[in-house]
Write a protein that binds this ligand. Structure first.
Ligand SMILES: Nc1ncnc2c1ncn2[C@@H]1O[C@H](COP(=O)(O)OP(=O)(O)O)[C@@H](O)[C@H]1O
Ligand SMILES: [Mg+2]
Length: 388
């Protein structure tokens, strides 16, 4: 009788282990996840870089600053291995961002929506800490608890405050483990809550008054925040907090060629990930969308001859990517598998016309004065007229 009991316990324990094993496999399986974290999606690139990286690594960094920058900007390694570019644009911007993270100042990525702030932040954290998940999403409702720590109330009531009853925030875990913490949309967080970051960034410690204790940062800890200049004035950063950050501005792509390259490469990899049964879009179609975005954004045609009114939306590169991607989905499932003007027309108009009155007028004028008159744009003109 006595021998049976432990056997049973052992069995339940085994089953539990099996369960967790199943659970872990499910969440890390490559093919079933809709979106992988950068560190798993690009695990091979990160491993190859680590293998050949002989340069000095800052304390607790997985790679040297040089290797982190190669991971972000792409390049061919000496052994022939090809690292894909994540950020397309000015190399110096990425180098300044990485260099900042080796100092005691935090990094603030600033710019208009859709300039790859979140994207760069995720890849930097993945390359530096091997972990891009220590993330705090800034909203008007973000509380101090979200940045510092919370409590498991059942345990708190049962046993009183203790380390075991404390629920660490991603920030606290990053500090303890010497990793990069990410704060998205910093300026959407109410100002008094933002200021919680001051002690963390200047003293590198997170006090826990309830336990008369603190969490001190391990080396390697730093913060990457992103902020949108469209939110300027919403919750302006206090000057005390601003001083703790080095601000790096991510610009709208300089040239049309650069923007076409960004859209083309992102659409290709998204199409692959979503397994869209369509041909990658013709460069000409991408160029046409990017031209429309740039002309409306800049308020002038690309030849500089005609002044245009700009619509209220941002018309970011990210939106151009979604216009092409939605078009590709239409082409794949309801067309002939090739991206045609009719497939992009409705999402193009959706991106431009955000305000039904003002933007509609801007779009109509652009359609009739610019799109209609261009050689080889007749199909697009007709398709857009049909949507209206
Ligand atoms: N310069 C760029 N290089 C590579 N990808 C870019 C670039 N600009 C925009 N993107 C793409 O745009 C998308 C949106 O970027 P995101 O980081 O969400 O913008 P933000 O946070 O600045 O609003 C990402 O998928 C990213 O790949
Ligand atoms: Mg963002």
């Amino acid at each position: 009788m006595n021998t049976e009991k432990p056997a049973k316990t052992a069995k339940t324990a085994k089953a539990k282990v099996d369960n967790t094993e199943v659970a872990t496999t499910v969440t890390t399986s490559v093919s079933t996840l809709l979106r992988e974290h950068a560190e798993s999606q690009f695990a091979e690139e990160l491993a190859e870089l680590a293998k050949i990286d002989t340069k000095q690594r800052p304390p607790n960094w997985k790679l040297s600053p040089w290797a982190v920058s190669t991971y972000l900007l792409g390049g061919k390694l000496d052994n022939g291995f090809e690292v894909s570019p994540k950020y397309i644009g000015n190399k110096r911007i990425i180098e300044i961002a990485i260099a900042t993270l080796t100092t005691d100042r935090a990094l603030l990525l600033f710019g208009v929506p859709g300039t790859a702030k979140s994207w760069v932040s995720e890849h930097l954290a993945a390359a530096i800490s091997g972990d891009s998940t220590l993330l705090i999403q800034g909203t008007a409702g973000t509380s101090e608890e979200v940045i510092r720590y919370g409590w498991n109330y059942a345990r708190l009531l049962a046993d009183g405050p203790s380390m075991a009853a404390l629920v660490a925030s991603p920030m606290m875990r990053a500090m303890a483990d010497g990793k990069i913490a990410r704060v998205e949309e910093l300026t959407r967080i109410p100002s008094d809550v933002q200021d919680t970051l001051i002690t963390i960034l200047s003293e590198k410690t997170l006090p826990i008054p309830e336990l008369n204790s603190e969490v001190q940062s391990t080396r390697g800890f730093n913060v990457i925040a992103t902020a949108n200049n469209r939110d300027r004035g919403v919750n302006e950063l206090s000057s005390a907090l601003k001083r703790r950050f080095n601000t790096v501005i991510l610009p709208v792509p300089d040239s049309a060629d650069e923007e076409v390259e960004i859209v083309q490469s992102r659409v290709e990899s998204l199409g692959r990930a979503l397994e869209l049964p369509a041909e990658p879009p013709a460069l000409e179609e991408v160029r046409r969308i990017v031209t429309i975005f740039r002309e409306l954004r800049n308020g002038v045609t690309s030849d500089g001859k005609t002044k245009l009114k700009s619509p209220s939306g941002t018309l970011s590169t990210a939106e151009a990517i979604s216009v092409v991607n939605s078009g590709l989905a239409l082409a794949a499932h309801f067309g002939d598998g090739y991206l045609r003007a009719g497939d992009v027309a409705s999402s193009l108009i959706g991106a431009v016309v955000k305000d039904p009155v003002q933007d509609q007028l801007v779009w109509k004028e652009y359609l009739e004065t610019v799109v209609k008159e261009r050689d080889n744009w007749k199909d697009l003109y007709r398709a857009c007229r049909e949507v209206d």
